[in-house]
Design a binder for this molecule. Sequence first.
Ligand code: ZN
Length: 253
Amino acid sequence: MRRPLYRDHALVLRVQRLGEADRIISLLTRRHGRVRAVAKGVRKTTSRFGGRLEPFGHVDIQCSEGSSLDTVVQVEGLALFGREFMDDYPRYTAASAIAETAERLTPVEYEPSLRLFQLTLGALGALAVAEHASTLVLDAFLLRAMATAGWAPALAECAVCGTPGPHSAFSVSAGGAVCPDCRPPGSTRPAPSTLELMVALTAGNWAIADGSEAHHRRECSGLVAAHLQWHLERGLRSLPLVDRSTGSGMGDT
Ligand SMILES: [Zn+2]
């Protein structure tokens, strides 16, 4: 029986081995949500897919529906972002954390999330051009991706009572910045510039983000990671691997 075909723009999140020559490709598509599809013979030199199904690529893909897994029929590369940073450890690890987060935020397949697709596309594209430090690109993505899931940290107002800030205390378990009345035990007191950086990254204010200092970036990354891990059932595998040693650099080169 001939299976129904569909065509969509997609980002390659992950590639897993399936036997000698085949691969299972995890895709975040624009209109079909997250999809897993088999690419047959992708390892052969004669593969009609060429190298277009490598991680972090933006592709135009055609798949046929299957009972458990779909099958890749055709693929065209739109922007193979991964090629720009495969040998660049800081950018590669940031892209891995972005892809894993996108996968974890789409637990149900075929459930479209256009906003998450756009955020992922934007973040991988930003890593490819190396216009901003990779840790900033990652943290901006994580903050905005958490917002699509409904658990962005409160920054401008108290996470508990809503009193307008800025507030100096931050509590992951309370949901972000907290006022002096609501501050639970164990709250941290990040530098005001760190909270300003989180606000700038959420808003896409790159002038402030690019001008931030390394220790504020590190503190920001720690808070963002803690907030994310708190909300995910299991921690991200790739997040502890992110290379933050070049936090003050622009392009990690
Ligand atoms: Zn409060």
